[in-house]
Structure formats: C-alpha cells, structure tokens
Design a protein around this ligand. Structure first.
Ligand SMILES: [Zn+2]
Ligand SMILES: [Zn+2]
Length: 98
C-alpha cells in the first residue's frame, strides 16, 4: 500500500512516505490526512512540520472522524482528491506517481 501522492519523506521514522489520504469519502464532509505508510504518524495538515499524532497501533482511527484509518471510508488520495482538498501544491512530485 504505497501512497499515490506524498508530501515528504517521514521526518519521524526516516523510512516512510507521508502520503495524502482522503477520508470520509462516503460522507458529506470529506477531509484530508497525511499518513506515514511506515510508522502511521498522522498530520491533519499537508505539512509535516505541524503537530502529528500516532493512532492506536491495534485499532488505527482517523483523528477527525474516528473511522478506521485503513477502512472503506478512506483511500490514498487521487490527483482529483488532492485538488478537492486544496492540497495539490503540497505534493512532492519526486515522491509521487504520475
Ligand atoms: Zn514515519
Ligand atoms: Zn476521517
């Protein structure tokens, strides 16, 4: 499960990619998260200099809506998702897919 679009390499674990996820995709309030694909650190802004949280490792949930982090209510963001979130400018193209 590699992110499609990432904002940076993870400053915390050094190995992961901080990928953009779209959560709440079936709700009327979709929202973005940045999640490290290695250590699961979560940022609520597309900027890893902001405060992060770690979810419960056994039961990772979105800090905004509390849906399961890897469940059916969220996905790695598409380019269109990034546009909807207004996070397109934060994408590091060198770390992201086409
Ligand atoms: Zn990490
Ligand atoms: Zn959520």
């Amino acid at each position: 499960m590699t992110p499609h679009y990432s904002v940076s390499q993870c400053p915390l674990c050094g190995n992961g990619l901080c990928g953009i996820r779209m959560c709440g995709i079936h709700s009327d309030a979709p929202h973005g998260l940045v999640v490290c694909d290695e250590c699961e650190a979560i940022w609520q802004e597309p900027d890893t200099a902001t405060e992060h949280v770690y979810p419960d490792a056994e039961n990772a949930r979105c800090p905004i809506c509390e849906a399961a982090l890897w469940g059916p209510h969220s996905r790695w963001a598409s380019r269109e998702d990034c546009r909807v979130l207004g996070w397109e400018a934060a994408i590091d193209e060198d770390l992201s897919g086409p």
